[in-house]
Ligand binder design. Structure first.
Ligand code: AMP
Ligand code: MG
Length: 341
């Protein structure tokens, strides 16, 4: 199991509903100049990488070169994991149908496959063909026709990925791998490693709402991460979580979406149909030590919906989740209430 024990982390979580906002998950910019908030010295940089706005904040003296290296790492990984960049390793695998892959790509595809299995296929990293039809990240997203969707979906299915040593093969050459639901989490974990190797033990890595809090604030207190109010202003939060050495990742319909002819389209797809998944949810936020786990699970839980998503999270050690249903009600996994008081 790719996660740690439940009790180890139970006491680290404190959820509050206070108005205080340190990070807004998709706002990606920090209020106040360095050193202004709570007297803590910090150095922060924001840049556009991984198809999103990312902010990395180092607490303490900070090291500008180290932050730059973190962003370089993001760009290096983009050339491994991107579905759309023609220079990427994943792009070549999708094009050729089989390849001897790098350790990083092998590790992430293997983890993605584990989560596909664990979630009974709700997490499906072979929906790239369907995703591409919508063009969620493009300037002109569109609604695909039924024929286009059924053609794309005829090649989807996570069981069509064979892994033998470092050789990955798509048994259906028309399958298109898409690691967009897990790659940012994996990359956040690698950035955390880089920071730790360089003696930086207190930082926040925010890759477009995929947040990893490394250590705690220099005074030993928790970081406070705001969960965005769905469709609200970037600064508006529906809940705040207090965490140390934890990642907080949200999958939400409002993150990539558009409307056509009165129909709302969002980017988390139903593996059975290739259409935006209607699970009665607006968002799911997952909290656990490893960001890749949070990323995969937030997508999986969104697709599973409230009941089956809660069941999955409650079966895992060291993982917590908040589900926001369409009526804007919050539903917590086991351990949340305890952590609240
Ligand atoms: P996230 O924002 O982490 O929930 O990931 C959503 C992204 O993952 C989408 O933009 C797609 O690229 C891809 N995706 C869409 N639906 C699924 C799914 N059911 N399972 C895995 N990845 C998906
Ligand atoms: Mg995800």
């Amino acid at each position: 199991m790719p996660v740690a024990t439940k009790n180890t982390y139970k006491n680290l979580l404190k959820f509050t509903f206070s108005a205080m906002l340190i990070i807004c998950l998709t706002a990606c910019s920090f209020s106040g100049p360095p050193g202004a908030k709570n007297g803590a010295k910090k150095l922060s940089k924001t840049d556009f990488v991984l198809d999103t706005t990312a902010t990395i904040t180092l607490y303490g003296e900070g090291d500008g070169e180290l932050i730059d290296r973190c962003f370089e790492l993001c760009r290096e990984y983009e050339l491994v994991f991107s579905r759309t960049d023609e220079r990427s390793e994943l792009y070549a695998l999708n094009r050729d149908g089989s390849a001897a892959v790098s350790d990083e790509l092998l590790e992430l595809i293997t983890l993605a496959r584990d989560y596909a299995e664990l979630s009974g296929g709700a997490f499906d990293f072979t929906l790239g063909g369907a995703s591409a039809l919508y063009g969620f990240s493009s300037d002109s997203p569109r609604a695909p026709s039924d024929a286009e969707l059924s053609e794309a979906m005829s090649h989807a299915g996570w069981e069509k990925v064979r892994i033998e040593g470092n050789i990955v093969t798509l048994t259906d050459p028309g399958a298109v791998l898409d690691l967009g639901a897990i790659a940012k989490g994996y990359i956040a974990d690698r950035i955390a490693e880089l920071l730790l190797e360089n003696g930086q033990g207190s930082a926040i890595i925010n890759l477009g709402g995929n947040v990893l809090c490394l250590g705690s604030k220099p005074d030993g207190s928790d970081f406070v991460v705001g969960l965005q109010y769905p469709f609200g202003d970037a600064e508006r939060t529906i809940a705040n979580v207090s965490v140390s050495d934890m990642s907080v990742v949200t999958s939400g319909v409002y993150q990539r979406c558009f409307e056509r002819d009165g129909v709302f389209y969002h980017h988390i797809l139903d593996p059975d149909t290739g259409r935006p998944r209607d699970s009665g949810l607006l968002a799911v936020s997952v909290v656990s030590p490893r960001s890749a786990d949070c990323d995969a699970l937030s997508t999986a839980c969104f697709v599973l919906g409230l009941d089956r998503g809660l069941e999955l999270v409650d079966s895992l050690e060291g993982v917590y989740a908040v589900f926001v249903t369409e009526d804007y009600e919050l539903h917590y996994s086991e351990g949340f209430e305890e952590a609240l008081f």
